[in-house]
Design a protein around this ligand. Structure first.
Ligand code: GDG
Length: 749
């Protein structure tokens, strides 16, 4: 371990890193032994367990508190991880950590199982300490770095970081639940916390329900449009910044747990444990931080009643409860320890014999080997959390059981229940149900145990912590931020490609000229677009076109184009190319097919209540939303069957409660080819933001330029962050053409 070098706080890290993890606690704790020797020790806990492998594998830095107040440490490297310690004073620990984090947010986010305390001075400390973490992270991050902020203690850091360092890609992961709005709304600083989180590009939660609760709080308190996992956060000049909020269920390094479990000394220890407990038939096990969210009291109550009513006896069944010390200076935790230990003492007093204890209770932290030996020894694992973000203990138990034996009893209020469906799922508040589940687990036939455990193990090994962090980081870096402004390489390419010859500037509308909005009819181009388009229209040899998947009438409505702008809608099927009217780009044969299609669908729809037909430029859609599921299914089946015979060449697209048939499948690529032909352009500039624009990028050739708006994989050679950059790009094209025209025309003319 590295020496505990004392250093002034201002020393700061000398190096910067492309991946920075920020969490309240570092993966190492600073310790002073009784004899005064100082040491760094790897600290336990869910987050550390989860991230250690990732940090070792990449060249990253970890910013966090070293576990001791009022001490400053220089950054150092520990076990392959660069450590950047953040200094906290004793008073800050009380107010920011024990107070606001663990006595306000923790109980509130766990559905107010304990009443949250609200104190303004705690909040002030929380803001101050979050700022310090943000500053340290900003100093450690290299240009364009990815910063991954963790958990409820640091919810303001994403916004603070974004303000200090707009170049960063920022992710946040919430390890604990996010409550429903009715509960969240109690928080006096509810708007500030949401705003803090929305500074991130990606906000990860354990369960889909948590992400849903978060999005709904954003809608209720800020009114920002949300669609699926996307939240459009208004920025400057009415431009939206897209934030993704979705679930990424955390996991464990399953293989390393199994490896430990396979070690002969660990297996020997498991046998020893059983023997020391007096060889009971069944060992029940609970492993938790001593926390009121974990339902330890409910578990003890259920077990006590089973002993009381004679369903089990201490000779046959022992409950081992590890309650590792946690937050021992926070009021409710002090009371909880008394409550649990009173219950344990009573039960043992009433039922234990000289040779057998009812409950083997341990208020200690243990080395991981000992935990694994306990898991191996346990016939039934009891996870009875009243509310839990995920619960890694449940996954660890499964990972350890390479013998495929053992029964997991799991609370449906733990995030793990979303994945571990083959566990015996329980509602811990229902004491009778919990008792029945424990008895069922004790008596479960071996075949059933093996079958369930095999399925559970597949889940845990397929979705391990590496899969979790990879999924989060990939979504963060590929699906999130592109830096604002015009990259130099794009400016150079624009000058090369667009300043001479006949130029077609073809622009997608939604997401390219206009930010995405909830109601498509409300979409409008960002400020400056119209002027920039006009400048291009005024140039010699430049044509401008809008290319959209929308029906052309709708495109006209939202884009309000100048007269000279060429329009194509419905992915190129509708066009208006220097004509007063919209034209359908369909051949006579296709129009005939459209008639036949309409007749068939109208006949089918006429016979089935709750279905109707929608006409599209090159096809028809059969909607079945209001029909019974059986009627909907048979109407769709009939339509498919009849049309596959009558009109075999149709394109069929299936949506939710809708079946769409098209006589022509056209793409924006077709639209662009048509425009190129119409304008006779030497060069094409095309800008677009979504998948359908990829068809247009695909038909660009040498001497053309494709510009992708936003993040995500693309065939386009260049990219900018959002629609707000597009008028700047168009202005640049006009500038380059002006400049080129000046140099080629005689002086003074
Ligand atoms: C939070 C969320 C979420 C416990 N005692 C000892 C020990 N442990 C280890 C366990 C496990 C970890 O600590 C506890 O993780 P949990 O997930 O069960 O719970 P929290 O601490 O509340 O964690 C939770 C998690 O963050 C991750 O996102 O799942 O919902 O509340 O790994 O094994 N480890 C050792 N000795 C102990 O005495 N070595």
């Amino acid at each position: 371990m590295s020496p505990a070098a004392e250093s002034p706080q201002s020393a700061g890290p000398k190096t910067t890193y492309s991946l920075v993890v920020v969490s309240n606690r570092l993966p190492v704790d600073f310790e002073v032994a009784e004899d005064g020797t100082e040491n760094w020790r790897t600290s336990p806990g869910g987050l550390v367990t989860a991230l250690e492998p990732l940090m070792r594998a990449s060249d990253g830095a970890w910013v966090g508190w070293p576990g001791v107040a009022d001490r400053s440490f220089a950054p150092f490297v520990n076990d392959g991880i660069s450590i950047v310690p953040v200094r906290l004073s004793g008073a800050e620990l009380e107010d920011y950590y024990e107070g606001f984090s663990n006595d306000t947010i923790w109980p509130l986010y766990h559905d107010v199982i304990a009443p949250p305390s609200f104190h303004r001075e705690w909040w002030e400390a929380y803001v101050r300490v979050n700022r310090r973490f943000a500053e340290e992270a900003a100093a450690a991050a290299s240009t364009g770095a990815t910063v991954w902020v963790h958990d409820y203690q640091l919810q303001l850091v994403p916004r603070m970081l974004r303000e200090a360092r707009p170049d960063l890609v920022i992710g946040f992961f919430n390890h604990i639940p996010f409550p429903s709005y009715g509960i969240y709304a109690q928080l006096p600083w509810r708007k500030q916390i949401l705003d803090g989180l929305l500074g991130a590009d990606l906000i990860g939660f354990q369960r889909a329900a948590d992400a849903g609760n978060f999005s709904s709080a954003v809608r209720r308190l800020y009114g920002y449009p949300t669609r699926g996992v996307a939240i459009d956060v208004p920025g400057h000049h009415g431009v939206h910044r897209r934030v993704i909020a979705r679930h990424f269920p955390i996991s464990i390094d399953a293989r390393s747990y199994e490896e430990l479990a396979r070690r002969p000394d660990v297996q020997e220890r498991a046998r020893q444990i059983r023997q020391d407990l007096g060889n009971p038939n069944t060992i029940l096990l609970g492993v938790d931080r001593l926390d009121y969210t974990k339902g330890i009291a409910h578990r003890i109550k259920a077990f006590g009643e089973l002993l009381e009513d004679g369903s089990v006896s201490v000779e046959d069944v022992t409950l081992v409860q590890v309650a590792s010390p946690s937050r021992e200076r926070v009021g409710p935790y002090i009371a909880l320890r008394d409550e649990i230990e009173l219950a344990v003492g009573r039960l043992n007093g009433d039922y234990s014999t000289i040779s057998h204890s009812a409950i083997s209770y341990h208020h200690h932290g243990y080395p991981r080997e000992e935990m694994v030996a306990l898991y191996l020894a346990a016939d039934v694992m009891l996870v009875t959390a009243l509310r839990d973000g995920m619960n890694l203990v449940a996954k660890e138990y499964v990972a350890v059981r390479f013998d495929r034996d053992g029964v997991l009893v799991l609370s449906e209020f733990a995030g793990a229940a979303d994945e571990l469906k083959q566990a015996v799922l329980i509602n811990p508040h229902d004491i009778d149900g919990l008792k029945a589940a424990i008895l069922r687990a004790i008596a479960m036939p071996r075949q059933e145990r093996l079958r369930r455990m095999r399925a559970l193990r597949r889940k845990v090994f397929d979705n391990d912590v590496a899969a979790w962090s990879t999924a989060f980081l990939r979504t963060l870096t590929e699906g999130a931020a592109v830096r604002p402004g015009i990259p130099d390489a794009l400016a150079a390419a624009l000058r090369d490609v667009t300043s001479t010859g006949t130029l077609l500037v073809a622009l997608d509308f939604d997401g390219t000229l206009a930010p995405h909005v909830d109601n498509p009819e409300d979409a409008r181009a960002v400020d400056g677009t119209r002027d920039a388009v006009q400048r291009l229209l005024d140039q010699d040899g430049v044509r401008v076109a809008f290319v959209s998947g929308r029906a052309l009438v709708s495109l006209q409505h939202v884009s309000q184009p100048q007269n000279d702008v060429l329009l194509t809608g419905s992915h190129g099927i509708e066009v208006q190319l220097d004509t007063p009217e919209i034209e359908l780009d369909l051949a006579a044969a296709e129009l005939e097919q459209l008639d036949t299609l309409a007749q068939v669908l109208e006949r089918i729809s006429g016979g089935v209540a709750g279905t109707w037909i929608e006409r599209k430029p090159a096809g028809l859609a059969l909607h079945t939303r209001l029909a019974t599921p059986q009627a909907a299914q048979s109407a769709q089946k009939e339509a498919r069957e009849q049309l596959s015979v009558l009109l075999p060449g149709l394109t069929v697209r299936e949506g939710k409660n809708v079946l769409e048939f098209a006589v022509r499948s056209s793409t924006k690529g077709d639209a662009l080819e048509r425009l190129r032909l119409h304008t006779g352009a030497d060069h094409v500039f095309y800008a677009g933001d979504d998948l359908t624009d990829e068809d247009a990028f695909a038909v660009l050739g040498k001497g053309d330029l494709g510009l992708k708006i936003g993040a995500g994989a693309s065939l386009a050679g260049y990219r900018v962050r959002g629609p707000e950059e597009v008028p700047l790009v168009l202005g640049m094209i006009a500038d380059f053409r002006d400049a080129a025209a000046e140099t080629t025309s005689p002086a003074g003319v």
